[in-house]
Write a protein that binds this ligand. Sequence first.
Ligand code: TEU
Length: 510
Amino acid sequence: MFYQVYPRSFADSGGDGVGDLGGLRDKLGYLELLGVNALWICPVMRSPMADGGYDVSDPRDIDPLFGGIGALEEIIAEAHDRDMRVTMDLVPNHTSDQHPWFRAALAAGPGSPERARYWFRDGRGPDGAVPPNNWPSIFGGPAWTRVTEADGRPGQWYLHIFAAEQPDLNWENPDVAADFEQTLRFWLDRGVDGFRLDVAHGMAKPEGLPDMEHIPTQMLHLDDDDPRFNNPGVHEIHRRIRKVMDEYPHAVSIGEVWVNDNTRFGEYVRPDELHLAFNFRLAQTPFHPDRIRVAVDNSLHAVDGVAASPTWTLSNHDIEREVTRYGGGPVGQARARAMIMLELALPGAVFVYNGAELGLPNVDDLPEDALRDPTWERSGHTERGRDGCRVPLPWEGERPPFGFTTGRPWLPMPPEWAALTVEAQLERLDSMLSLYRMAIETRAVRPEFAGGLEWYGSPPGCLAFRRAGGLLCVLNATDAPILLPAGDVLLTSAPINGRKLPANSTAWLV
Ligand code: TEU
């Protein structure tokens, strides 16, 4: 089980209101208790933080905000002592606009080798005032920004699929691949166990940067024909990365791959490319048995042909929290409990986003002046962005900031989270946290969680599957109790009454 840490929001040891690696280190005991096998730490490299660290100005250093490189080395050593692996988030698709390469590119002017590491183009129209193509940025507005040249006049445009502070790198330039290889080795040599690769379906760009045919109306809309992503050249890039990874046989690479088509998704995890790729189907699926079954089948089929392990994720730092997605309140909580048990019963790697184990809801009423996601500004204040799933974690006590910091948290924390603190939940056997602990431990020790999956007959509105090892997982998505099939009950997400499994819950039987 991988646990995703969004460091800004996890735990603050410095009192500045922003989480850091010292804070994470203090909580490694908690993560061990939870049963975490591996950490995925969102970007902590040097960054001006225009996009929460996904805008990297030095990929081979740790930002002082997070505690510097020494703090990471301590995490690696202590996590390893606790038998936990450490994977870092790297950002190959773009740099920060404050990266020395980009500053040099601005200074060097059109046609220079410095500009060739990015995507600089002349504008269209008589005075070059129209962007080179019609691509929008994922965060809103155009994917191009015009620069001012040394003579003070408006000049070329550069491509940024995300924020203007995140210029896209040109992976056709040999400097780019060479530098990334250096970054991989730099961290692997320091004992890191692998990487989550950001926008792993990006990087390669189509010949001639053609216009998009359909401009998405929704910002995070997924279209396999989107020319900004999933271009065939990306696979050669992954092969080069894998060659470096193979020099460190223990290390793992996990790609963020937003690709719908199963065959095209599977291409990313061929034996000479990524080890794992995130499959987001469960995170995109409402709490509906038929839809969940289709999502599970698709995720399994996507990796079937390439013999890679499936991956499962209900949420992350870009996605609305599952409790809210499933309806919020007690129903949302019950369904999130049911879904984590379903997820942990599946074969493959499970990714848990920090705070999911506390059943945190999305915070949708953050004051506008608190919002930090670049989406808020770039959408002209029409899209609030992703801050609602990034509110800091409540650890203890009765009032915000609930032990997260001794200062003022970078996003305000709801007072009603007093009931959701780690401290409060550790005391209660019926809490979300206790369920996570029991479920993760059960999965780790029971032999019945081995082997493939086969669907099992179930009443309408329900879902049941059996693992070859003997586990039976039953989900009741109806609004009434159902009778459980024969077998010994290992764990249920809600208390059972005799053999009756309540609505919105899951049972494990052997
Ligand atoms: O996210 C990439 C991203 O925004 C995708 O979810 C996008 O919606 C998809 O490619 C559309 O097809 C990653 C990080 O997870 C996110 O936090 C960063 O803001 C982003 O990259 C930029 O680095």
